[in-house]
Write a protein that binds this ligand. Structure first.
Ligand code: PMP
Length: 408
């Protein structure tokens, strides 16, 4: 059998559809964040990263780095086992306590990534509910979709943020059947937000449980960084809150926070929790330092909001097609995979700016874009340079500007 031909065929299709993925190699620089060194073909080059998910720069925070280094020195590099067998370190238990406190829930459970927490968390919770119907937002992240699939439960998809559609589906399911509504707070590619209170109202009226993904909001929103649910005072209304330690908190790992019995049941049933090595103590200590710091300090969030507003303002004033939205995610729309890639390549090669193009299947075909994520550390000069560079690239590629006179 010529097995290689199958892989060659798959690769050929990716190239044909212009979906072949290229990752550039960078070395982040903790002291000069958000600058990094790009390993280009011609040698190392300084670039400014405009597409990081280390939204607040917590990955470079001295307290976070210090917690990681000192814990690694004291406890070693790895966890030494699964949570059940020798891997249940004091730092991971402390991290779960901090996360429960953050989200004002009884308990939290840490997984190796946000992806795993959704995949295994949703699957396990739905399996524990007899004849569960899952109601899932059409724009949910792949990790949630996989969790829904793996649960084996019946699912219905409601149109993105469409409360009438959700209510219709809840009504059809009837009051007595167990139901789980899964949705996000901040949607990662458009940067729009869900109507959390209205979804909780429906959940209460029709007797459904709620599961929210706060991956793009935890650390960033709310007075203590507990996410969008805290921002709109809805923490107490949600049954399960899932998030990551890899974005706002700048480390790695994922978790769910909920009532004690939910966490306790998931702990003993979730395969993606039971059968895998625990997060290293050093990572848990760093994440705890990050969570605790952001619970106390609003400074990073304030600076973040200011720099996001300045960036959006500058790009919109220059006539660039920014998709409007209330959050820190700034999508600049291109609408074609090839041109999105060309724009990204030109920004890097000619302007020392790194913005990864976002193509199908991450976003729908025809909505390809540059997804820009300002941090508190992108200063005025960087914003001006980004704006001028994008304008130059847009002109060179003959991409359309927004006709502001016509739009007004
Ligand atoms: N949920 C959403 C909405 C995401 O966008 C992502 C990843 N970007 C995840 C979950 C997975 O999180 P992690 O990167 O920690 O695996």
């Amino acid at each position: 059998m010529d097995y290689d031909s199958y892989f060659d065929e798959a690769l050929g299709l990716l190239h044909k559809e212009r979906r072949y993925r290229v990752f550039i190699t960078i070395e982040r620089d903790a002291e000069r964040f958000p600058r990094a060194v790009w390993h280009s073909d011609e040698g190392p080059r300084d670039v400014v990263v405009w597409c990081t998910n280390d939204y607040l720069g917590m990955g470079r925070h001295p307290q976070v780095i210090d917690a990681m280094v000192t814990t690694a020195q004291r406890m070693g590099a790895g966890a030494g086992g699964t949570r059940n067998i020798a891997g249940n370190s004091a730092p991971i238990v402390g991290l779960e306590r901090a996360l429960a406190e953050l989200h004002r829930k009884d308990a939290a459970l840490v997984f190796t990534s946000g992806y795993v927490s959704n995949e295994t968390g949703i699957a396990t919770i739905a399996k524990l509910l007899p004849d569960c119907l899952i109601l899932s937002d059409a724009q949910n992240h792949n990790s949630m979709i996989e969790g829904v699939r793996r649960s084996g439960a019946e699912k219905v998809i409601f149109r993105h943020n469409d409360l009438e559609h959700l209510e219709d589906l809840l009504r059809q399911a009837g009051k007595t059947r167990p139901k789980l509504i899964v949705f996000e707070s901040v949607y990662s590619m458009d940067g729009d937000v869900s109507p959390i209170h209205a979804i909780c109202d429906l959940a209460e009226r029709y007797g459904a449980m709620t599961y929210i993904d706060e991956v793009h909001a935890a650390g960033l929103y709310g007075a203590r960084g507990a996410g969008y649910a805290e921002e709109v005072d809805a923490l107490h209304r949600l049954d399960v809150i899932e998030a990551t330690l890899a974005k706002g908190f700048g480390c790695v790992g994922g978790y769910i926070a909920a009532r004690r019995n939910i966490i306790d049941a998931v702990r003993s049933h979730a395969h993606g929790f039971i059968f895998t090595t625990a997060l290293p103590p050093a990572v848990a200590a760093a994440a705890t330092a990050s969570v605790r710091h952001l619970m106390e300090s609003g400074e990073e969030r304030q600076r973040h909001r200011r720099q996001v507003a300045l960036t959006k303002g500058a790009l919109v004033a220059a006539g660039l097609p920014v998709k409007p939205g209330p959050t820190h995610i700034v999508p600049v729309m291109v609408g074609d995979p090839e041109r999105a890639k060309q724009a990204s390549d030109m920004l890097l090669a000619e302007h020392s700016i790194y913005v990864q193009p976002i193509n199908y299947p991450t976003v729908a075909r025809g909505t390809e874009r540059l997804r820009i994520t300002p941090t508190p550390f992108h200063d005025a000069a960087m914003i001006e340079h980004l704006t001028d560079s994008l304008v130059a690239v847009w002109k060179a590629l003959k991409l359309p500007f927004v006709d502001r006179a016509a739009a007004a």
